[in-house]
Design a protein around this ligand. Structure first.
Ligand SMILES: [Zn+2]
Length: 443
């Protein structure tokens, strides 16, 4: 459980990452292993991929298990928060911390006590959630042949993630409680502004500071893929600041690609698991999809949408906090450490309610990048083939239940992406001079 969600560094991957943001699953990485330089010429692969029915059956089982685990995890979090809120445990913990230094630099702000309170909650939630994290982050991906990490490497990644996020979260909590004490009516606005500031900085620094702690990034040397990217960018009238290969294979058998960074760190990243087994045409549509994100300014757009959503959430928390503190005298004020579970519960509830909205927006952005890829490359067959290969490789469900897609998918389902590709293929066929080869081998 994460009482406080650290602002994630926005990235637009090509393919849906885990639908549930378990901040410490296989998106976090292993120690850099000496690996071969990225392949310049993709290995010979069949020209067109076809959907593997056995992999689809497996994908459906895997999805069902992950959804169940996510629900269990959510129920566990809810139970924990409910116990804290309604059993008086929250007040007991605050009172137990009365022995801690009453350092009060600002009237009503007790940073040492708030910090300790947060650390105790965090440690408790972390330990209780560990078996579930281990099962969903390590055991299950191994069982489905998706993880290539040893248990030790997985644990090391977990610790690395913790070492990065915990100090950050601790400072963030202390900062918010300072605002609660100093400006109880406008704290939410200042918190939102600070989050925007931090998100922009993190988005800029993530690819050069955090990602290399988990993956090795290698600038793609001059070769077919690099030349393709530069040609695509030139046609689009944009500039590729950097194109990198990432050693995803040290952690997973799944393939992905993404745009990441902001300003001078903006870059396109291709997994080695994609570079080594996709055809040049497939890699070209993948590059075009990522370039589409760049041309559409999706990272800044995403940050803007996230900021507005966060402000809405913080405003709701503000109303709730004022109402509860006014009604229950057990709370010593807004900046009382005992309000932490309340703030956490309200933020989690708000995030759950807005999840379908933010995912809907994300699906739209992804579809636009797909359209961009199809229009600039005019290679719908390669697009269809790449999506098929990704579904096989990443164990992605072709057609999830409509409500699953609506609530949880931040990318359109494979079926929708394939349908989009086919529409373009048909259109291309209609406009192609008769006799010219076209049409995709669609399963
Ligand atoms: Zn994308």
């Amino acid at each position: 459980m994460r009482i406080y969600h650290a602002a994630p560094a926005p990235a637009r991957p090509l393919y849906a990452l885990d639908h549930f943001d378990h901040a410490r699953d296989d998106t976090l990485a292993a120690p850099a292993v000496e690996d071969a330089p990225p392949a310049l010429v993709p290995a010979p692969t069949p020209a067109h991929a076809t959907l593997d029915p056995d992999r689809q059956a497996k994908a459906r089982r895997y999805a069902r298990q992950r959804h169940t685990l996510a629900l269990v995890s959510l129920a566990l979090d809810a139970a924990l928060i409910a116990i804290l809120l309604f059993s008086g445990l929250s007040f007991a913990l605050r009172d137990a911390l009365a022995g801690a230094p009453a350092w009060e630099p600002v009237a009503g702000w007790l940073p040492a006590r708030v910090g300790l309170y947060f650390l105790i909650l965090f440690a408790g939630a972390f330990v209780l959630g560990l078996p579930l994290s281990y099962y969903s982050g390590h055991v299950l991906p191994h069982r489905y042949g998706l993880s290539t990490q040893s248990r030790r490497a997985w644990a090391l990644d977990l610790l690395k993630g913790l070492a990065i996020s915990l100090p950050f979260e601790l400072v963030a909590v202390a900062f918010v409680y300072w605002l609660l004490a100093a400006t109880p009516d406008l704290w939410w606005l200042w918190t939102g502004a600070a989050m925007l500031f931090v998100t922009v900085i993190l988005a800029n620094l993530a690819p050069i500071l955090f990602l290399p702690l988990f993956y090795k990034l290698t600038p793609l040397p001059d070769g077919e893929v690099r030349r393709m990217a530069l040609a695509l960018a030139e046609r689009a009238g944009t500039r590729v600041r950097g194109i990198y290969s990432m050693n995803m294979s040290t952690k997973t058998t799944a393939a992905n690609a993404m745009v990441m960074g902001l300003g001078n760190t903006r870059r396109i990243i291709l997994g080695d698991t994609l570079l080594d087994r996709y055809t040049p045409d497939e890699i070209e549509v993948v590059l075009a999809h990522e370039l589409g994100h760049q041309v559409h300014g999706d990272i800044p757009r995403l940050i803007a949408v996230q900021t507005v959503t966060t402000l809405g959430g913080l405003f709701v928390v503000n109303l709730l906090l004022h109402a509860v503190v006014a009604r229950f005298t057990a709370y010593h004020g807004l900046s009382d450490p005992a309000t932490l579970p309340l703030v956490g519960a309200a933020l989690v509830a708000f995030a759950l309610v807005t999840l379908p909205l933010s995912n809907g927006y994300s699906r739209r952005v992804e579809r636009q990048a797909d359209v961009y890829a199809l229009e600039t490359t005019r290679k719908p067959d390669a697009f269809i083939s790449a999506m098929t290969r990704l579904a096989n490789q990443n164990l992605a469900e072709l057609e999830p239940a409509w409500f699953v897609e609506l609530l949880l998918y931040n990318h359109p389902s494979t079926a929708r992406r394939l349908a989009l590709g086919r529409r373009y293929a048909e259109r291309a066929q209609q406009t192609t001079v008769a006799g010219e080869p076209s049409g995709a081998a669609i399963p």
